[in-house]
Design a binder for this molecule. Structure first.
Ligand code: DP6
Length: 397
């Protein structure tokens, strides 16, 4: 490739989001339109983020993509969809020549895929955001994130990773889905004390994927019919709790909604089990801690897997973390850090607290803990060192 400006590249990062009011079920499989609205917290990107560089060049002979160091096919409906949708929304006509050029995409996560965390939402949001920056797309882009997933291989929840802070995905009513997109309920600075502990469970057994799981739920669960009737009220109550920074209400609703998601999974025929014995032990521990405090101080939520995501306020992290580490100590010291992310002042576990909790210690059940906080939406990185392309347009692998 010749050196002089034949290639143009944009690098962006996008965050992971963890829902406190869950999306589970589609009313339109093709357009990825949900049966209910959902609400999530966008997490800090120092700990959890996808990074994507996209480039166009007249020298590229075909569209290509590399994910976590390995080349992947771009000829999947979802990648083709996102390319088509972003190009359709192109607002800067100066880019017309580039539009006809092939695109190269390089993407990676800063956390292990094996952790079983919702990496796809961050990845798709990052791809959509990077392309929108490359082509100069303006306006509402969260619906592209939703549309690009119409092949059912992607992630509808990706549209919530387009914003920072507290984000709602309003289900909308229109058949064409044009009123179904993400909106920011509050920015990350609104509740700066909010913290998250992600407990990565050791046994990452594979169960039904969320796309297939939620479809079977819609087809078979009577409880799901009840769930959709209460979701508007739940969304309103959660939005109000966030606006008022009312942690006990926020926490209780978060736990109730996670429990109901897993109840509709159990009511699905055949039933779906995402939580494990360890997940249930974490639930018991959280309720025992809240009993000691005589107030909801910590809340759990579980997605389509056994990992727990705990929400709590900064002042309560040392005490809660000491109890989590007491009941779920690392199996042996392999020199790896057990708690990663934001630093926490270490406090010895309170023996009075321990004596009030009737739970067996379970060494090695939790692989590691990620400590993070509420974070911003996607970012554009301008430092060329951050690019996942070399100066002459090749992927850095
Ligand atoms: C349990 O977004 O992965 O995490 O749209 O079929 O790709 P598809 O599903 P996906 O579902 C996420 C479900 C969830 C809850 C949530 O994040 O709201």
């Amino acid at each position: 490739m010749s050196a002089e400006n034949t290639f143009r590249c944009v690098t962006c990062t996008a965050p992971v989001n963890i829902a406190v009011i869950k999306y589970w079920g589609k009313r339109d499989e093709k357009l990825i339109l949900p049966t209910n609205s959902s609400l999530s917290v966008t997490l800090g990107q120092d700990e959890l983020r996808a990074k994507t560089s996209v480039a166009v060049s007249k020298d590229y002979t075909q569209d290509r993509m590399w994910l976590n160091g390995k080349e992947q096919s771009v000829n999947t409906p979802r990648i083709q969809n996102v390319l088509k949708e972003t190009r359709k929304r192109l607002s800067d006509s100066q880019n017309e020549t580039e539009l006809l050029q092939n695109v190269h995409i390089v993407s990676e996560n800063n956390f292990p895929t094996a952790a079983g965390l919702a990496s796809s939402a961050a990845g798709y949001a990052c791809l959509v955001y990077s392309l929108s920056q490359l082509y100069g797309v303006k306006g509402e882009i969260s619906d592209i994130a939703r549309l690009l997933l119409s092949c059912r291989q992607g992630s509808g929840s990706a549209c919530r990773s387009i914003y920072g802070g507290f984000v709602a995905w309003n289900m909308g009513e229109l058949e064409d889905g044009s009123d179904s997109y993400a909106v920011q309920v509050a920015p990350e600075a609104h509740w700066p004390e909010m913290r998250t502990l992600i407990l990565v469970v050791n046994d990452q057994k594979k169960d039904v994927g969320s796309t297939e799981g939620m479809q079977t739920t819609i087809e078979t669960s009577d409880l799901m019919k009840h769930r959709v009737t209460i979701m508007d009220r739940r969304m309103e109550a959660m939005t109000e709790a966030i606006k008022k920074r009312d942690f006990p209400t926020f926490g209780k609703l978060t736990m109730q909604d996670s429990n109901q998601l897993h109840a509709v999974c159990l009511d699905t025929y055949p039933p779906i089990f995402y939580m494990t014995d360890v997940s249930r032990q974490v639930i018991r521990l959280v309720h025992a801690i809240n009993d000691i405090y005589e107030e909801v101080k910590v809340a759990y939520t579980f997605d389509a897997g056994p990992n727990a995501c705990l929400y709590l306020l900064e002042e309560d992290v040392p005490r809660v973390l000491s109890l989590v580490q007491h009941f779920f100590p690392p199996s042996q010291d392999k020199g790896e850090k057990f708690v990663t992310g934001l630093s926490v002042p270490e406090v010895p576990v309170c023996s009075k607290d321990v004596s009030k909790i009737s739970l067996q210690q379970n060494p090695g059940a939790i692989k590691y803990i990620i400590h993070t906080k509420v974070g911003p939406g996607p970012q554009v990185l301008t430092d060329p060192d951050e690019s996942l392309f070399t100066a002459d347009g090749k992927p850095k692998l």
